[in-house]
Ligand binder design. Structure first.
Ligand code: HEM
Length: 190
């Protein structure tokens, strides 16, 4: 393709998709914490759940594009083991390992939406604690391996994305479950 001649297309796609994947993961984490703190009240719970689920699947799709582009990049020379196994990458193995583990966690958490009945509400809730690890590892990975986040962009992104996560987590910890507004009872069926 003439337009692409000389341009490192795969590398540009990898960077763009990585940033979008992280943005979507961040929004999904905010929604999830918004649900568990019942921040917006019972009326918005099911809407938040819908957004949370859609964003999780979108993030996974973007992650697929990110990893696919990394594999296609002729300079980085990443093979399948490097993107599937932590610390197997030939370049910045620790920073990439954080992304690989976060990726596996994102896959597990997203697929768990479909297995909620099988796992049970309690187990599903416990499994969801892994989302904190997924968020922190993704942020660490982005800061330590990203080209675009090497300068001031890194700390700015960390504050914008991580600030609300930290705040909502503190609210979640400090509010006992009994004191959180409970969802409205389901309407009686005839
Ligand atoms: C198998 C898992 C992963 C692999 C192999 C991988 C690989 C890479 C590589 C090689 C880079 C450096 C690109 C560059 O030169 O700038 C990068 C950057 C990045 N990755 Fe990943 N990554 C993975 C998972 C993730 C996950 C789970 C996220 C977030 C949801 C993510 C988000 C990012 C972001 C935001 C950047 C920085 C983009 C930039 O600043 O240009 N990655 N990743």
């Amino acid at each position: 393709m003439t337009l692409a001649a000389g341009l490192p297309v795969a590398w540009l796609v990898a960077r763009a998709a990585g940033l979008v994947a992280f943005g979507v993961l961040t929004l999904s984490t905010w929604m999830g914490l918004g649900m568990s703190t019942r921040l917006l009240g019972p009326r918005y719970q099911s809407r938040l759940l819908g957004w949370h689920r859609t964003l999780a699947w979108t993030g996974l799709a973007m992650l697929g594009l990110h990893v696919g582009a990394v594999l296609a990049d002729p300079v980085m020379r990443f093979g399948l083991p490097a993107v599937l196994v932590p610390f197997a990458a030939p370049w910045r193995p620790a920073a990439i390992a954080a992304g690989v583990v976060a990726g596996w966690l994102m896959l597990m958490l997203t697929v768990s939406f479909r297995m909620r009945k099988l796992i049970g509400q309690r187990g599903w809730r416990r499994l969801h604690y892994a989302s904190f690890a997924a968020f922190v590892l993704s942020l660490g990975h982005a800061l330590a391996s990203g080209t675009d986040l090497a300068g001031i962009g890194g700390p700015v992104l960390a504050v914008i994305a991580g600030g609300p996560v930290l705040w909502l987590t503190i609210v979640r910890i400090l509010t006992p479950r009994a004191q959180r507004p409970q969802p409205a009872p389901a309407p009686a069926t005839t």
